[in-house]
Design a binder for this molecule. Structure first.
Ligand code: ATP
Length: 351
């Protein structure tokens, strides 16, 4: 196992900067998720670690070694991609054992390692099958088992769950989480799915336009997003963001929203953020502000209430039995301990 270090890494294509002056240390045994919208540079970052793309400038280290000039096969990394990369004419066993064959591991020893890896991802009964006789989730697990037998210093995974249906995605995600627990291999995992990032990562690097906007634990990123981009990207439904004015420790917005922020020293346009689960519904007049019900949606375990207050449209999470007709006036209560305040101009967090 090993640390992976990026030092001031930049990748340009002509005048276009895909990754900008990025520095990142993935600790030995850490599960690091690169999270961001399409085109933010996460795949490019990972491909540079793999050796499939050359940085324009900066250094990449795996363990103590600078690997910029090493070809992919000498970097001791194993890759798992969204397309499984299995050989269609080979059985599951031969696919898993292929890296061993290349390394000259033979006979009973090869068989033993194939079976051990297959057991880890619960493929033991399918070793004689061909890839076309497997479900998407089973194919993905073959790809994982093949990565396991390599015993690499680093796993690199690029959207490995994106081809799976919702149910398989959840079970294979748990598979990957358990593998990390069991093997403890340093992992860099690329996804645009915030749930995958939150559930799998020790730390998440949230990226936008080639830069890391926040690098922290899933809890910290959810509870204290560093700027408006991270605040809007993490959380489903997304955080409510209301534009208004902030002065003398009080935020005010059209529509009657007023909230004490305890922040001195900031004056001007601001965005107040509050997550739907931190907004509760109350009878009209009994909350922090009144609002008019716009839509009521049952999600299964709760009800999402969208309500209009002046210019602002807020989503609250209510008990699953809660109902009201659109147009009804209700109160909304904001949990004062869970407010987020951002400077509207710099977009940075203020509290
Ligand atoms: P996705 O989730 O869509 O894969 P990503 O965050 O992984 O997105 P990258 O694949 O890293 O994004 O791409 C980053 C940017 O670099 C994109 O704007 C992309 O169009 C651009 N890019 C990627 N490869 C090349 C290339 N070979 N030549 C020119 N531009 C490229």
């Amino acid at each position: 196992m090993a640390e992976v270090i990026l030092r001031n890494v930049t990748k340009r294509w002509g005048g276009f900067v895909a990754v900008r002056d990025q520095s990142l240390t993935v600790k030995d045994g850490e599960f690091m998720v690169l999270l961001g919208p399409s085109g933010c540079g996460k795949t490019t970052t990972m491909r540079m670690v793999a050796g499939l793309e050359e940085p324009t400038s900066g250094d990449i280290l795996i363990g103590p070694n600078r690997v910029n000039d090493l070809p992919p096969r000498e970097r001791d990394v194993a890759m798992v991609f969204q397309s499984y990369g299995l050989y269609p004419h080979m059985t599951v066993a031969d696919n898993i054992g292929y890296p061993l064959k290349l390394r000259g591991v033979r006979g009973a020893e090869r068989q033993r390692q194939i079976e051990a890896a297959a057991a880890k991802v619960e493929l033991g009964d399918l070793l004689h099958r061909k890839p076309r006789e497997l479900s998407g989730g089973q194919r993905q697990r073959v790809a994982l088992a093949r990565a396991i037998v390599r015993r690499p210093q680093v796993f690199l995974m690029d959207e490995p769950l994106s081809n799976l249906d919702a149910k398989l995605r959840v079970s294979t995600r748990a598979e990957i989480k358990h593998l990390q627990y069991e093997l403890g291999v340093t992992t860099i995992y690329v996804t645009h799915d915030q749930i995958e990032a939150m559930t799998l990562a020790h730390r998440v690097a949230v990226m936008s336009q080639g830069e890391i906007r926040q690098l922290d634990t899933p809890e910290a990123i959810y509870d204290r997003p560093a700027d408006l981009f991270v605040a809007g990207f993490i959380g489903s439904p997304p955080m409510n963001l209301v534009r208004g004015e902030h002065a003398s420790g009080v935020f005010t917005a059209a529509g009657g929203l007023r909230a004490a922020t305890r922040i001195a020293g900031h004056r001007g346009a601001a965005m107040l953020g509050i997550r739907p689960e931190d907004v509760t519904v109350a009878p009209a007049g009994a909350g922090d502000l009144d609002a008019s019900v716009y839509a009521v949606e049952l999600t299964g375990d709760s009800v999402l209430v969208t309500a209009q207050a002046g210019e602002a449209r807020l989503i609250a999470k209510a008990d699953r039995a809660w109902r009201a007709e659109p147009g009804t006036t209700i109160g909304l209560k904001l949990d004062a301990t869970r407010l987020h305040l951002f400077d509207a101009d710099t977009t940075r967090r203020l509290n």
